[in-house]
Design a binder for this molecule. Sequence first.
Ligand SMILES: [Zn+2]
Length: 317
Amino acid sequence: MRVLALLMLVLSGGALAAGPRWQPATVDLPVRQVGPHSYYVEGVLADSSAKNQGFMSNAGFVVTTDGVVVFDALGSPALARRLLAIIARYTDQPVRRVIISHYHADHFYGIPALREAGAEIWAHDAARLYLHSEAATRRLAERQQSLGPWLGAGFVLPTPDRWLTADESFTLGELTFRLVHIGPGHAPEDLAMLVEPDGVLYAGDVVYAGRVPFVGEADTGLWLNGLEHLKQIPARVLVPGHGPASQRPAADLALTTRYLRYLRETMAQAVADFVPFDEAYANTDWTAFASLPTFAVANRANAYNVYLQMEQSALKP
Ligand SMILES: [Zn+2]
């Protein structure tokens, strides 16, 4: 007993000594309601920067009569604390649970603030791979540079309280939450959450509504897998990890699928014909996607990334 008391003292003393660990975020977090109980804050469509304080991803929250469920933790503890203040405007209920869509910096760095508020954090087990990767270390160093004040001194990559290894459903208050592992897609651990009966699907970064996605280093073959998984989940509204919600989930899932397939087909053909990238890009007919909002900023880099992927897989025996 005395050992436990001493341990508690040491732990709480440590926390107190740390003081305010991060600078409060001051950016506006616009709230959108997408169902009777379902909301999300919509990040700006830009890269993470000091100017937007890293607020470039979405986070959902669902208010029940027995607590709140949050989907994704945003890009810093400071942003997550701001999210908590916003939720408090809608309900007196505490945040009980946080579901992390995937372990990319803009979706899980806010965990410490949510945990401090008493929430239990769940993420899919496949994220363990990332936590111990060199990419995670590199990304952390970059974010400490660009978002240091909002991460706070001594920030370490936060782990969840519970690793999920299979799909599961739970009820809270009057609502049922269905968690579906749709990865490997955009990331190995991609998780989606369907809120019943709102019919709202929080889908993470696997789908983008009415625009061209940013492919980055994602494996587009696996990504198409994730999209096929998402198509099986009946939803009225889909909230992606970035940008506005989709009121036409089936059409938007089909659009992202068509786009990724087209990139893969055209770039694979170019690689097979030994056509250099610049020439292949110039000769590809992009008219089906050219009018989409993010086409101008994303398409060339996407095509290039997929070209490199296709080159690599052509080299494999
Ligand atoms: Zn993201």
